[in-house]
Write a protein that binds this ligand. Structure first.
Ligand SMILES: [Zn+2]
Length: 251
């Protein structure tokens, strides 16, 4: 082999390894995604400052459903949502009206999804790449629509960790669903599932959630959850960041 050929071979090998190290990183253990649904005011006033203190990422799924338009004591303003984006948090799409997608006509769903995208554009927030199914209800039509609109992730319900190599990222499950009677032990059990290529995706609503007490999380309890993530050395990210750290199933 001529020196020039050796040089080319070395260059190619280096490029290949460099590419692989970027493209194919095994999912680290203790990887946790935090998600917050329904545009609750406490997301801006209590949750975000606490997450910033810990250096945690998170995704806030925005809807204008419920009393969002009229009750600005209990629901965020778009200025607050914009501030979450400016603070580095992800803004995800939870549809305009929070209607169950399986009951909607495709054009209704498309309009509700597009509306949140337009509101984001209006406030200088990047077009969402993550979606959350209202009421955790999924449909094949919705998955197809989201894929066509460029969504990378969509969270459903469930009670198991997300296996990034096997599960469809457009119907990914939650490992934990914060409810009034949820316990720290249950949260720890969900965190413990984040290993061997699996990611624990956590769902919360308001902290507290005055208007929806059945999905309320007590602030003191939430602080204990976050403390556990810190103490157990978890990497806590927004849903969109999964694209950087996980080898995802292709559809
Ligand atoms: Zn919701």
């Amino acid at each position: 082999m001529k020196p020039v050929h050796i040089a080319i071979a070395v260059l190619l090998l280096t490029a290949t390894f460099a590419w692989r190290s970027i493209a194919v990183e095994p999912v680290a253990d203790r990887l946790v995604v935090l998600t917050f649904d329904d545009s609750v005011a406490s997301h801006a006033t209590f949750v975000a400052p606490l997450l910033k203190k810990h250096g945690f990422g998170a995704t806030f799924f925005i809807t204008e459903g419920f009393e969002f338009l009229v009750d600005k004591e209990h629901y965020m303003t778009w200025e607050q949502i914009k501030a979450l984006d400016a603070d580095g948090f992800e803004i995800g799409n939870h549809t305009r009206k929070h209607a169950g997608v399986a009951k909607q006509k495709p054009e209704q769903l498309a309009a509700d999804v597009e509306y949140i995208e337009q509101q984001c554009a209006k406030y200088g927030i990047p077009k969402p790449v993550s979606f959350c199914y209202p009421g955790y209800q999924t449909s094949e039509t919705a998955v197809k629509l989201l894929r066509e609109r460029g969504y990378q992730f969509a969270r459903a319900g469930g009670a198991q960790a997300f296996d990034s190599a096997k599960d469809d990222p457009l119907t990914l499950p939650q490992a934990f669903d914060g409810k009034p009677d949820s316990t720290l032990e249950q949260f720890k059990a969900a965190v413990a599932q984040a290993k061997d290529g699996k990611v624990a995706v956590m769902t919360f609503h308001g902290v507290p959630d005055i208007k929806h007490p059945w999905v309320n999380t007590d602030p003191a309890k939430f602080e204990a959850y976050m403390q556990h993530l810190k103490e157990s050395g978890c990497k806590v990210i927004a849903m969109r960041d999964l694209a950087k750290v996980a080898q995802l199933r292709r559809n």
